[in-house]
Design a protein around this ligand. Structure first.
Ligand code: NAD
Ligand code: DAU
Length: 357
């Protein structure tokens, strides 16, 4: 039994679906179903006894303790978080609560649970904390990519909250001996990503003939990884990683934002051409994100060398699969783009001068 937190979000749901495709080990999924949590992501396993969904908050200590006692997992895989940098700029408090207080609550409950395990159970137990490359801050164009030893220098409320959670995880290993492992991954993309993030936002805006809002000069660099490759890295780290260690995960795939948006436009021109002409006509440069990190890049050689992980998708294969998925899943898209999503679009883009056409 594995306890997953945040398993109704983008990466967590991909992780659960991938796991249950290859293995019958049951999964308890604790998720608060915030705006980012969506049971439609898990519709393929609706009614599957191997998936036990619990609607609840990771900050709820009695609930977390009860779940550990009842289900007695051999591992906790912790995805639950507030994950969007722009939202952390407009409302940082929730990031402190979920990402820091929530991670602390889980760690503390895990410590109590772990202490009462047998010697054999202790040896097998893992707390896998899913973190981000953003904790390392920003790189200049000629800097070497982030390594596990790169000093932390978070620049947004989101990355500061993730950095704080990483530090608590580290402290629980060193002080209490809880067998923790942290993964720090670069930008993910793929099916079920909420369209507040760059790639799905651009796909869906283009299909609706709306403007494609590129922040600043669009020359910021991100290191993109297809989501199932991130999930396989997490599984490797959980099964074979060394307690107390951290592993950077990335696809060796640095691209400027404008290149990503152009790639999305070109593929849509091929797969769903518009009568109004090439989608790139919709690109519009808008007011930049405050404190916008210029470049992220991951050196994944440790997880490749020590755990034998390597990504299966190139950017070309991954982005094609992703666009095809969004084109084939219009009901899912309809579900996530109503209601709260429209409020977010107004709040984030109108003030940037990126109001929809
Ligand atoms: P997401 O925003 O899509 O999903 C987050 C999930 O957590 C949602 O299902 C939400 O309902 C749940 N959640 C939020 N607050 C909760 C709470 N208090 N209690 C229980 N559940 C709660 O996020 P994602 O993109 O899937 O990211 C998952 C994890 O991976 C995060 O920790 C994020 O920091 C990390 N990460 C993300 C990326 C990326 O590119 N998306 C890259 C590296 C690391
Ligand atoms: O690096 C890992 C991180 O990647 C994760 O920890 C975060 O959870 C995840 O959200 C992501 O953070 P980013 O801020 O890099 O992702 P986002 O998709 O929001 O933005 C990617 C880049 O695109 C960034 O440089 C900002 C830019 N951008 C984004 C949006 C939403 C735009 O130019 N226009 C947009 O409308």
């Amino acid at each position: 039994m594995i306890l997953v937190t945040g398993g109704a979000g983008f990466i967590g749901s991909n992780f659960i679906l991938d796991c249950l495709r290859v293995c019958d080990e049951p999964i308890v999924n604790l998720d608060a179903l915030t705006y980012a949590g969506n049971m439609d992501n898990l519709s393929a396993i609706a009614g599957d006894d191997r998936h036990i969904f619990v609607h609840g908050d990771i900050c709820d200590a009695p609930l977390v303790a009860r779940l550990l006692e009842i289900h007695r997992p051999r591992a906790i895989v912790h995805f639950a978080a507030e994950s969007h940098v722009d939202r952390s700029i407009l409302g940082p408090a929730e990031f402190l609560r979920t990402n820091v207080q929530g991670t602390f609550t889980l760690l503390d409950a895990a410590r109590t649970f772990y202490n009462a395990l047998s010697v054999e159970e202790k040896a097998a137990f893992r707390f896998l904390h899913v973190s981000t490359d953003e904790v390392y801050g920003t790189l200049a164009s000629d800097d070497a990519p982030f390594r596990e030893e790169t000093p932390y220098a978070p620049n947004s409320p989101y990355s500061a909250s993730k950095a704080a959670s990483d530090h608590f995880v580290r402290a629980y290993y060193h002080t209490f001996g809880l067998p923790t492992i942290t993964t720090n991954c670069s930008n993910n993309y793929g099916p079920y990503q909420f369209p507040e993030k760059l790639i799905p936002l651009m796909i869906l805006n283009a299909l609706q003939g709306k403007s494609l809002p590129v922040y600043g000069d669009g020359r910021q660099v991100r290191d993109w990884l297809y989501v199932s490759d991130h999930c396989s890295g997490i599984r490797k780290a959980m099964e074979a990683g060394t307690p107390g260690e951290t592993y950077n995960i990335g696809g060796l795939n640095e691209k400027k934002n404008i290149e990503i948006v152009q790639a999305v436009c070109t593929l849509l021109d091929e797969l769903r051409p518009s009568a109004d002409g090439p989608y790139a006509r919709l690109i519009s440069f808008v007011q930049d994100r405050p404190g916008h990190d210029r470049r992220y890049a991951i050196n994944p050689s440790k997880i490749m060398r020590e755990l034998g992980w390597e990504p299966q998708e190139t950017f070309e294969t991954g982005i094609r699969k992703t666009i095809q998925w969004y084109l084939s899943n219009s009901n899912w898209v309809k579900g996530v783009t109503s209601g709260e999503y429209q409020n977010w679009v107004q709040k984030n883009y109108v003030r940037r001068g990126g109001a929809e056409r």
